[in-house]
Design a protein around this ligand. Sequence first.
Ligand code: ATP
Length: 236
Amino acid sequence: MLLRIEDLHISYGQVRAVHGVSFHVEEGELVSIIGANGAGKTSILNAVMGMVPSSSGAVFLEDRDLSSMPSHMRAREGIRIVPERARVFPWLSVYENLQTGIYGMRDKIDLEEKLSWIYSFFPVLEERRDQAAVTLSGGEQQQLSIARALVSEPRILLVDEVSMGLMPILVDKVFEVLQHLNREYGLTILIVEQNALASLEISHRGYVLEAGNLVMEGSAEDLMEDSGVREAYLGL
Ligand code: ATP
C-alpha cells in the first residue's frame, strides 16, 4: 500500500468537517473520492499534504507514519498536490512556475528533461513558456499546476477538484492526461471531485464521501452501476 489514511478527524474550531475517515491507495492506482460540495474532500487532501492539522488520525506513506511531518517534508517524501483553483504564481512566467516545482527537492532533477516530457502532453506550456501565468486561461493554469507538481517526480499526486470552473471539453482533456500518466507511466493518483462521472470513468476504485464520512467504496465500475450513486452523483 503506498498511501494509507487511518481514522482521520478534522475540525475547524467548532465545525467538525471529517469524522474518522480511513482509506488507502495502492501503488499504480488511480483512486477517486467523490462527494458533494462541503462533504470534506478538500479538507482530507489538505490533511494528507499536511496543510491543515488533523485532530486525530494517521497518514502513512508505505509504512512510514508522516502524521507529524510538515507539508514541505511530505512533499520531499514524494506527495504532491494540485490544489483547488490551480493556485499558480500569477506574476511568474510559466517557466518560472515550473522551476518552483523542483525547489527544495533532495535529489537533483533534470528539469529540462522533465519539461520536454511534460510539453509532450501539455504543448501550450511550451508555447507560453515566457508569459506570466496570470495571462493563461483557467484550463491552461490547471495544466501548469499539474505540470508543476509533476516535475518533482512525485510518488503520489493529489488532485483537488481539477474540473472546477473548466469547460467540459477541457475537463475531458485534463482527465485524459491524468489517465495517461497513470496508465502509461504508472503514476499513482488520488483525485477528489464533485464531477463524479468524469473522475470515476478514469479511476480504478472510488470512495463516496458524505458529510465527512466515507459511506461507500468499490471498483469504479461497481460505483458507476450502483443506483444510489447514479441518482445522487452521476445525474443518471
Ligand atoms: P468544496 O467542494 O466546496 O471544496 P469539500 O468537499 O472540499 O467542498 P471542504 O472544503 O473540505 O469540503 O469543507 C468541509 C466542511 O468544512 C464544510 O462544512 C466547510 O464549510 C468546512 N470548512 C472548510 N474549511 C474551513 C475553514 N477554514 N474554517 C471553517 N470551516 C471550514
